[in-house]
Design a protein around this ligand. Sequence first.
Ligand code: HEM
Length: 415
Amino acid sequence: MNKILPFQIDTRAKTLSCDPQNNAFVQNPYPLYDAMYGKADPLLWQQYGHLVFANWKDVNALLRDKRFGRQILHLTTREQLGWPEPPPHTADFEHAEKYSLLNVEPPVHTRLRTLVNRAFVSRQVEQLRPQVEKLAHTLIDSFEANGTTDLLKSFATPIPLLIITQMLGIAEEDGPMLLDWSHKIVAMYMFGRTPEDELTANQAAKEFSAYLQDLINQRRKNIGQDLLSHMISTEAKGEYLSDEELISSTMLLLNAGHEATVHQTGNAVKTILESTHAPPTLFANDIQTAATIEECIRFDAPLHMFTRYALKDLQLDNGIKLKMGDEIGLLLGAANRDPNQFENANTFDPFRKKNANVTFGAGIHFCIGAPLARLEMQTGIKILFERLPNLKLAEPPTYMNAYHFHGLQKLVVRW
Ligand code: HEM
């Protein structure tokens, strides 16, 4: 046991004790990962009550392993699993989540993913580049004269939020309301959420669903060229998305479409500012810009843990036995720093050649928005450093107290 570290590993019992809300841990989870690779991996994380895997090989393989899923209630019942019923005060949240891509498994997932993907791809993300460029310039124009700003608020948030709302054909002035609903709903995924958080998230999910139902009704009467219209009218083998699927998927696109990108943008700018690399070399051409952003994505991911359920009783290669319904945690943020996969893994190296990071996941739930998120960051962050070449941190940035959402509270800079 080490008193200085915010975690204790018992290598014999293969257990980990670490409060996910411990500030020292939240500010820097990487020492825990370093203590795990090749030495104590996987571990039973006592506060979560399930195994967690840190090394890249396992995380990458388990994300793709068909014996695991994000959902299990299509195969069995809560009663059989010994799970309690969800509390009635979260019913609207549960309903809004139920039909989303992230909460279903094949064959429902395959059908939904095909339909959403078809609509998404048809927007041809690459065509959005000029729109993102224009938006980045407009935002910088609005704060350039001040000499300082909280970039998280003034830059990292509006880009993904405005782009996804524009894509869906949602009025710009509704943005702040969507942001508020989204923040309240995200609290449901945090460790140690309170009944108040649940009530607030449930109310937000109820209002958000009603807002989207209204929008879908209007859009059905007036189909346009936006992503929501595409999702309404896209069909595969004569099948369309139902209203419930449209609501859940649109909510997911709106929430996933900005929350993670906001925090990845903040983490990326922080990483670059704390590095010794001169920004002009990092953004010297399109290939180098893409490599720089990819390294930022590997080095400090915004989502550190995703879970899976064992879909049947099974045994892993290392002999560990799992029962149907057992949960496992896959530490994406840890896999990205595994020294067996990445040379000098704890060094930010924008010139690295091999970069098979798992920030966007892997397997059937691989992030649908990855090309969009990459484009937003490659375009926005490059313009930011070109326009403000003397950009510096004005105060040390700190992370929010929410372990697996690894994003900054604010990012105050000056130039
Ligand atoms: C840097 C930004 C982003 C990160 C780090 C990220 C990360 C992820 C990860 C790790 C998953 C897989 C979760 C799992 O396997 O359990 C995922 C799924 C998903 N993401 Fe993202 N995401 C980002 C941006 C976006 C954007 C911009 C959108 C949409 C506009 C989006 C939409 C989705 C959707 C719809 C899924 C579910 C896919 C499925 O279940 O088939 N994400 N994302």
